[in-house]
Design a protein around this ligand. Sequence first.
Ligand SMILES: [Zn+2]
Length: 67
Amino acid sequence: MKKEKCPMCKKSSSSKFEPFCSEKCANKDLGNWLTGKYYIPGEKVNDEMINENPEIIDIIKKDKLDF
Ligand SMILES: [Zn+2]
């Protein structure tokens, strides 16, 4: 099992809140998704989004998050 890092703050993730380090970061990320900041399945990701949110690549590679 590989070590994941929190996509929000880059700290080591907690098994309880994978892939995040804490509930706080998990909620923050969920909030970003809900407000449309992040990639939405089925929609194109433009270069600007990737430049602003490099972690978006990891999210796309993982394809889906367990919420
Ligand atoms: Zn974190």
